[in-house]
Design a protein around this ligand. Structure first.
Ligand SMILES: C[S@@+](CC[C@H](N)C(=O)[O-])C[C@H]1O[C@@H](n2cnc3c(N)ncnc32)[C@H](O)[C@@H]1O
Length: 324
């Protein structure tokens, strides 16, 4: 076991433990730095950023900036650490204000080491080399779309950019797909270990007021902290998941349907119909038809079911060794 690896692990575990005991490291809420991450989640990023503060080969990357709480809080704790926040402002922005809120806050808090990459996370991760100026990602925060594939892609595409000593913080670990993606990633990558996990009893939207106050001061909608551990210092630990994988198998049954993109609205309508809630069903039907009107051109030319979207793909294609 190398002393360096042991020291790094000790420092990561100490930062997480201190956060679990004490929450935020620096509280800037009174200055208007707010967002939708739990205060302990912000606190652990603040403390972990300090571990890389003086490392000229390291940087911080986050997926999911929203209004800048985690990006700016982290950047302020380590002013010499380049910090990159990736967001295309695709969700949670009904009034289209989040980009300007982030830019205003970056300027107001003087975070010269923080940079917003206003683009889709997958595109950004695909071209990350072009932004990092040779640095490696020491601290990586995953807080974008929470479907299984997006979570997994966030982990897989970042892997080759990670620092030898890296920490990955995954937000919203309450969601089953998030837990499953972390678990599958860990099972497939022996050089990473789960150092910490925390959950709350429900999504913040479904908590009582008292519970909400408690979990807002904590890890809110759950968290995973992963750490590089090529020497296997930590024992294996995996996030708990449900044995029933019906929903994942259903993805294939839904995705191949002609109007698969209408699934969220269709399932909401199905719930109202199954519960015999006529007023709710009328609202949900209207939502479904509105969405159908927006998307109907996409559906033409598709089959009712078993769409494979394979027309035009090569009938056969060989790879080959280069000449010489
Ligand atoms: C939960 S919020 C992030 C909260 C933030 N970390 C904070 O400090 O409050 C999730 C963010 O992910 C972003 N997002 C969703 N889909 C995305 C995508 N395909 N590419 C990049 N960002 C995306 C949303 O625009 C949203 O701002």
């Amino acid at each position: 076991m190398t002393a360096n690896a042991r020291q790094f692990m000790d420092r990561v575990l100490a930062a997480v433990r201190e956060t679990d005991d004490h929450g935020l490291l620096t509280d800037r809420r009174a200055d208007g730095l707010t967002g939708i991450s739990g205060l302990k989640t912000v606190g652990v990023l603040q403390r972990l950023a300090r571990l890389f503060a003086d490392d000229p080969s390291a940087c911080y990357v986050e997926i999911g900036v929203f209004q800048g709480l985690t990006l700016i809080s982290t950047a302020l704790e380590a002013p010499a650490l380049p910090c990159f926040g990736i967001d295309n402002f695709a969700t949670l922005d009904p009034d289209g204000v989040n980009l300007s809120v982030v830019n205003e806050r970056l300027a107001r808090f003087g975070t010269a080491n923080a940079r917003l990459l206003n683009m889709d996370f997958e595109e950004a991760l695909g071209g990350l080399d072009g932004h990092l100026s040779g640095r490696r990602v020491g601290l990586y925060f995953v807080d974008g779309p929470h479907d299984y594939r997006s979570q997994m892609v966030c982990l897989l595409l970042a892997k080759r950019h990670l620092h030898d000593h890296a920490v990955i913080v995954v937000d919203d670990a309450n969601y089953p797909a998030v837990r499953h993606a972390t678990r599958d990633f860990l099972l497939g990558h022996a050089g990473f270990k789960l150092a910490f996990e925390a959950y709350s009893p429900a999504h913040p939207a479904n908590l009582s007021r008292d519970d909400l106050l408690r979990w807002e001061a904590g890890w809110l909608n759950g968290v995973h902290v992963l750490v590089t551990d090529p020497e296997g210092l930590l024992p294996d630990m995996l996030p708990p998941v449900d044995d029933d994988r019906t929903l994942y198998f259903n993805e294939w049954l839904v995705h191949r349907q002609q109007m698969a993109e209408l699934a969220p609205e269709a399932v909401a309508l199905a719930r109202a119909l199954c519960l015999d809630d006529e007023p709710e069903a009328a609202d949900r039907r209207a939502d479904l038809m509105r969405r159908f009107d927006q998307m109907k051109t996409r559906f033409s030319g598709r089959f009712p079911d078993r769409n494979t979207k394979s027309a035009g793909l090569p009938e056969a294609r060989f790879n080959a060794l280069p000449e010489g």
